[in-house]
Ligand binder design. Sequence first.
Ligand SMILES: [Zn+2]
Length: 178
Amino acid sequence: MKKLIITTFIVTIIMMSFPFIQKVEAIYNDRLPGSGNITTVQVNIDNGLEQRYITAWNSAVSDWNSAQSNITFDVTTAPSGNLLSAQSYATEPNLFGRITYHGLSDSTTPFSTYLNTSNSNIMTSALTRRSTASHELGHALGLADNSLNPSIMNTSRNRTSIYTPQPTDITNVNFLYD
Ligand SMILES: [Zn+2]
């Protein structure tokens, strides 16, 4: 018991001495692929969408597929369980996009992800749509939000200048799907 108290005391002192240890960002979310061996993520683009949103999702898919070769998004009309869509979050006009998961916590799939049609920048800017779509697909692959610069996963990025996966994002995805 005495040993436990002393150990706890020492660990507490060490942690207080290095507060930055607790500020390390998570690079990955907890949505790693269950099998660990997937090479393709099949997705459906909501066919009821306005063309500008369809274009954004297709661009983001192409951007990820051309950025690296370890994992591929495959747009299909066959039911895949994974949906790329758009939706109005009227009470959240500052929200750009959202992803929701329907499966096990350790799986990237199935998921549904939406561009927010109530965000004025999403409505008016093609590059903002493309950047947001790419960010959400990054989540689908297992990446977490970050504050790295430049990174497509940076929630404060300039969406009209950073709209494709950046070198750090590609490195991280290659780590997950090596
Ligand atoms: Zn995010």
